[in-house]
Design a protein around this ligand. Structure first.
Ligand code: ZN
Length: 163
């Protein structure tokens, strides 16, 4: 047992070091997506017991599927779960409305976010509705997205629905 001392206590009862370790899994997914020529956003879903349920990355470009966001990829990889109480969705980037809706629809208890500097999604809304939101403000996540948006503004604007 470790890192239960930061007062976060909430569902899953994890501390910031554990969240950082989990973020590394999401970052590895983001880098895998980038290596495939895709948008570098990664995510991982962790169970209430801390086990990794599923991981994935944005596959808009790779699959030609605009609904395959990092969070939905991780969610689908996790397969059917009886309950999402106590689960944690870890994502490299603030979740869009679509993925924020997924979090609320299934009652995912916590969301750990790498960064919200390049894109501010629905995480304030999630927090207002009782989801525990942890924003890590991670420099590596921000750098990954900044570089991608700079190199491929068209792909990024398509992803967030900006015309
Ligand atoms: Zn999304």
């Amino acid at each position: 047992m470790r890192d239960r001392d930061d007062g976060r206590g909430g569902a899953g009862g994890t501390g910031r070091d554990v969240d950082r370790e989990r973020l590394a899994t999401a970052v590895a997914e983001a880098r895998a997506g980038l290596a495939e020529g895709g948008i570098p956003i990664g995510a991982a879903l962790y169970g209430a017991d801390g086990s990794l349920l599923g991981r994935g990355h944005n596959r808009r470009v790779q699959d030609g599927d605009p609904s395959m966001h990092a969070e939905t990829a991780a969610f689908r990889a996790a397969g059917r779960q009886r309950s999402y109480r106590g689960t944690t969705m870890v994502t490299t980037l603030s979740p869009c409305w679509y993925c924020s809706g997924l979090v609320r629809q299934f009652g995912i208890s916590r969301v750990v976010i790498g960064e919200a500097a390049t894109f501010h999604g629905g995480h304030d809304w999630l927090a207002r509705h009782g989801v525990e939101v942890v924003l890590l403000d991670d420099a590596e996540c921000t750098a990954l997205m900044r570089a991608f948006v700079q190199d491929h503004p068209d792909v990024w604007n398509e992803d967030i629905g900006d015309e």
